[in-house]
Design a protein around this ligand. Sequence first.
Ligand SMILES: NC(=O)c1ccc[n+]([C@@H]2O[C@H](COP(=O)([O-])OP(=O)(O)OC[C@H]3O[C@@H](n4cnc5c(N)ncnc54)[C@H](OP(=O)(O)O)[C@@H]3O)[C@@H](O)[C@H]2O)c1
Length: 258
Amino acid sequence: MSLNRPLREWAGKRVWITGASSGIGAAVARALLEQGARVAVSARSAPELERMVALHGDTVIALPLDVTDAAAADSALQRIVAAWGGIDLVLFCAGTHQPARAWEFDAGAARRLVDVNLNGVLNGLPPVVRQMLQQQSGAIGIVSSVAGYGGLPTALVYGATKAALINLAETLYLDLSPRGIGVFLVNPGFVKTPLTDRNQFHMPALIGVDEAAREILAGLARGRFEIHFPRRFTRWLKLLQLLPYRLYFALVRRGTGL
Ligand SMILES: NC(=O)c1ccc[n+]([C@@H]2O[C@H](COP(=O)([O-])OP(=O)(O)OC[C@H]3O[C@@H](n4cnc5c(N)ncnc54)[C@H](OP(=O)(O)O)[C@@H]3O)[C@@H](O)[C@H]2O)c1
């Protein structure tokens, strides 16, 4: 049985995506627009968002914002509700990555990762949850990462922010699902985007953004709680988590060469 009500009829549905100016967020926005949804798109790069409006007309609302600004998230949601009368899905996809090893640790860069990846979601959640509880409907998707499953070299603080998002999504599910609100946790493996273009190591099972968007829509359509992909990679990472630390550390070292 599905953990969430399946989301598959997109015609006329009202969706807000943060981190929609590039990569996975932009690809999901395109895929949903193709299926007839109305999509509000947020990120800092206003020109990218305006390009979507130019392509798709009034089925897109461009809401440029920085997710570290809680007031901006609040007013973005108010604009969506004023325009469309409510919201059906919010996908928190905005995120950033700064590869770092322990000896390169920089508190400023670490705070920036926490601010964007974790606090960026926490800023948007309260108005979204309030609105959905009032509507008695809606769904929230949180884009975390397989880097949140367990410690990995170079994912020093990035992985910690994603682990926090996994825990957050689990707890949200426990609270909100009995109240009729869907909660989806999205854990991608490696997807080719500007974010992963910074990685200087071989990325196993790397997929393109359109495949990632298809996986996310398929997971929503099945009502899965966790949408992880590509499974040929993520299944192995899940297995690793079941091992005692001695084996986990040895296999991660061998697998990454780091
Ligand atoms: N690519 C992967 O392999 C992979 C794997 C696992 C998880 N993820 C997660 O997937 C999400 C999307 O990443 P991506 O790979 O698609 O990378 P991306 O192409 O770099 O997209 C990141 C998006 O977040 C936005 N963003 C960054 N900082 C922001 C801020 N302060 N305020 C508002 N928007 C901000 C960016 O837009 P602006 O720069 O215009 O603000 C952009 O739209 C991230 O949460 C990432 O951690 C990615």
